[in-house]
Design a protein around this ligand. Structure first.
Ligand code: SF4
Ligand code: SF4
Length: 77
């Protein structure tokens, strides 16, 4: 299992329809720390999301670059 680094990139990169959040836009609940500001009530899709190898590979990059690569690799539009 890969531990989440709590970088917040996935909370920007993906579109989350239950939150009406388009891809590439920070979730309204995302804190500056990279943590979720509504963790206990986050949507099921967020609760089920798992960190993967890409999270580790991108960990040294700035947040904007992480988001860009995630969107490119997983074709988030
Ligand atoms: S991009 Fe990966 S490491 Fe960063 S918050 Fe999301 S799951 Fe965690
Ligand atoms: S609800 Fe929380 S976990 Fe889900 S995208 Fe927003 S900040 Fe991230």
């Amino acid at each position: 299992m890969i531990n989440c680094l709590m970088c917040g990139a996935c909370c920007i990169a993906y579109d989350i329809s239950t939150l009406d959040k388009p891809a590439g836009v920070p979730c309204e609940y995302l804190l500056e720390s990279g943590r979720c500001g509504d963790y206990d009530r986050r949507p099921a899709v967020c609760a089920a999301f798992k960190a993967d190898e890409l999270c580790i590979m991108l960990s040294m990059l700035p947040l904007s670059e992480r988001v860009r690569v995630i969107r490119e690799v997983y074709r988030c539009s």
